[in-house]
Ligand binder design. Sequence first.
Ligand code: SF4
Length: 135
Amino acid sequence: MTRARMPRPNEVAAASRDPRLRRAFEEREDGQAWRVRGVCRSVDPEVFFPAPNEATDAAVALCRTCDVQGACLAWALDVGDCHGVWGGTTARERRAMLVAWRAGMRESGTAFDALAAASALVGPISATRELVASA
Ligand code: SF4
């Protein structure tokens, strides 16, 4: 088994601007009550855990229809090292998101401040305010 490389700064910068990450900051929940509302409850779990060389498209497409996508991704990022598709992201995508997520959550317990802290990795806070205002 090969060890995943650290995400590059440009990958972290792109991840910190990803709308899926913004949604995770905004919709993060304590606990896992969101799970009972997940679309995947009625789908074969194997769809969400494809083998390394298998496509993730089907699972990601299902996630896009799911009301708890943000809470689900937040949970996966809190856990930090989980496999499979969560909140419409693949494990590979989450590696870069995780750096931005941890930077944001380290700074503050509020979604806005967490988003601002993550954005500070790549740009001024004014850009973050615009991002939040446009949500
Ligand atoms: S976002 Fe995807 S993995 Fe998460 S609960 Fe919804 S369908 Fe399941």
